[in-house]
Design a protein around this ligand. Structure first.
Ligand code: ADP
Length: 177
């Protein structure tokens, strides 16, 4: 069954650190290498411990020899995190010349598709691409909210975990309007 009509997805905004979330799955704003980076990625590996990196290395040795393409998502175990799974997704780097918003929307849609495969009912997302990858928060938030609202998913609890007051305010402004 790929259709989940009638299943409501509740979207919640949380200010905080995604590594502290008690959700079935937390989403990592990873890079293509899957071998770690800064921002959310660094925090997840630091707090989750070496088990996550070991799982990422297995992915690189297997199906994802060239890395995880932009806009796609893949799950690993979550090590010492409270979550059961980490869903790694690679956001597009912001570009003023090229509209990459479809790739950013794909990150959310594909992460929820992976969550459905896992049987996860709660998923915590960061604001993908809005840190090191330079996406303007307002646009990144608009794409994130629209993508989750449009998704055909059995996930009932989607949480956006916003790291600072500004990000939270931007999401809250859009979610209300
Ligand atoms: P990207 O490389 O996709 O831009 P980043 O991890 O650099 O990913 O940033 C994505 C967003 O997550 C930014 O808005 C950043 O402020 C925020 N962020 C950084 N650390 C955390 C954290 N521990 N929990 C939640 N959000 C975080």
């Amino acid at each position: 069954m790929r259709h989940h009509e009638g299943m409501a997805t509740t979207i919640t905004l949380v200010r905080g650190d995604i590594t502290e979330q008690h959700a079935d799955a937390v989403v990592n704003a990873a890079n293509s290498s899957l071998l770690g980076g800064g921002g959310v990625d660094g925090a997840i590996h630091r707090r989750g411990g070496p088990e996550i990196l070991a799982a990422c290395r297995e992915l690189r040795a297997g199906h994802y020899g060239k890395g995880l393409p932009v806009g796609q998502a893949v799950a690993t175990r979550a090590g010492r995190l409270a979550a059961r799974w980490v869903i790694h997704t690679v956001g597009p780097v912001w570009s003023a010349e090229e509209d990459r918003s479809a790739q950013l929307a794909s990150c959310y849609r594909e992460s929820l598709r992976v969550a459905d495969e896992l049987g996860a009912s709660s998923v915590a997302f960061p604001a993908v691409s809005t840190g090191i990858y330079g996406w303007p928060m307002d646009d990144g938030a608009r794409i994130a909210l629209a993508a989750v609202r449009a998704a055909d998913t059995a996930v009932t609890d989607v949480r956006f975990v916003l790291y600072d007051e500004t990000a939270y305010a931007v999401f809250a402004g859009l979610a209300d309007g």
